[in-house]
Design a protein around this ligand. Structure first.
Ligand SMILES: NC(=O)c1ccc[n+]([C@@H]2O[C@H](COP(=O)([O-])OP(=O)(O)OC[C@H]3O[C@@H](n4cnc5c(N)ncnc54)[C@H](OP(=O)(O)O)[C@@H]3O)[C@@H](O)[C@H]2O)c1
Length: 327
């Protein structure tokens, strides 16, 4: 494939004011994504320019492409999707002193701004942390958004404690596979749902009682649990109220649960909208370096295949994570 259409385009890239990126030119199917040249961003006050090595793919990437957040966020199109990254600091903006050129960093960036499906991205230095040293960029880029969401659901919203029981839905998915490992690290008893094909994987992750949701109703296995982590919404959320013990908590990352239902069942509810948090990310990086947490990366694709990566994510059966390799 010819990347540069003219000698002017080649000169521009040599002069380093452009980069290759995947950009979304409208809302719709994967066809609105184009792999093309774009202007290289410049870091502003408190920001760093990251040379992206790998970009983690999350369901929010295709949801934004489909227009799910159109009413809530006025996106400037074309938009570079992807909000998980791992890479190297190329430059620092004015007043930015947490990192130096050459530092290896990773993080989850602001989903209202251009993201990581690109050779370069600008992030707030407060959204970045040092990349875990023991893993490559692909495995680092798989971590931030999903692991932070699992952390904030289990530890901030639910205050999970040693000895408690947790039901984790879609335990083999991006958020689920981190939630299982974090809950086991904390000393919890874990029940996790997944299809027949993922039962052995769930055991390897540490799930005490894997439930094949195609063969068994989870309500027949889970009783009196302290916490349900709902990653599915809909009918799964509705059926989850009954498995909680009095005073337990249903925490969803998909649909805000009903306060009325919570009161009727004598339990609590919370909705978690994951946030960037560099100190939690640093703790997560330590867990990775201490081999207490790992990202399972099912699929690695080149940046040019971002459409395919989003199609795979949208199919809803990712085991662990999908990552785009940028360099
Ligand atoms: N609020 C937030 O901040 C936040 C943050 C992250 C994600 N989310 C949302 O949370 C959801 C999960 O995210 P994710 O990244 O974990 O997604 P994901 O990686 O795409 O989840 C895929 C997993 O879902 C499992 N699954 C599919 N249908 C299932 C069912 N009926 N019961 C149990 N498991 C089932 C699949 O297992 P099988 O192949 O075995 O079926 C697969 O392993 C998405 O809707 C995402 O947008 C919200």
């Amino acid at each position: 494939m010819k990347l540069f259409k003219s000698s002017a385009a080649l000169k521009s890239r040599v002069m380093k004011d452009t980069m290759l990126a995947v950009r979304m030119h409208g809302y719709g199917g994967p066809e609105v994504l184009r792999f093309e040249e774009a202007l290289r961003p410049k870091p502003g006050v408190g920001e760093i320019l990251v040379r992206v090595h790998a970009a983690g793919v999350n369901p929010i990437d295709w949801k934004i492409r489909e227009g799910y957040l159109k009413q809530a966020v006025e996106y400037a199109l074309p938009l570079i999707p992807g909000w998980d990254y791992s890479g190297v600091v190329e430059a620092t903006g004015p007043g930015s002193d947490r990192f130096e050129e050459g530092d290896e960093v990773f993080g989850r960036s602001d989903i209202t701004l251009d993201g990581s499906y690109a050779e370069y991205m600008v992030v707030k230095e407060t959204d970045a942390a040092f990349k875990p040293r023991s893993v490559d960029h692909v495995h680092a880029a798989a971590v931030p958004l999903a692991a932070l969401t699992a952390w904030q659901s289990l530890f901030d919203a639910s205050q999970l404690e040693n000895g408690q029981s947790v039901l984790i839905h879609a335990a083999a998915g991006g958020v689920g596979h981190f939630a299982v490992q974090l809950a086991k690290w904390c000393g919890a008893h874990v029940i996790g749902t997944g299809s027949a094909a993922n039962q052995e994987f769930l055991r390897e992750l540490g799930v005490d009682e894997p439930v094949d949701y195609q063969a068994t109703r989870f309500e027949d296995v889970a009783h009196d649990v302290d916490i349900v982590l709902d990653t599915m919404g809909g009918d799964t959320q509705k059926r989850s109220w009954n498995v909680l013990k009095k005073g337990g908590i249903l925490v969803s990352i998909v649909n805000p649960p009903s306060q009325h239902e919570a009161e009727t069942n004598g339990v609590r509810q919370a909705f978690v909208r994951g946030q960037s948090n560099s100190s939690q990310l640093a703790e997560i990086a330590n867990l990775v370096d201490n081999a207490e947490l790992m990202a399972v990366v099912e699929t690695v694709l080149p940046l040019s295949e971002a459409r395919r990566a989003q199609e795979l994510s949208q199919a809803g059966h990712t085991r662990g994570k999908i990552v785009l390799l940028v360099i």
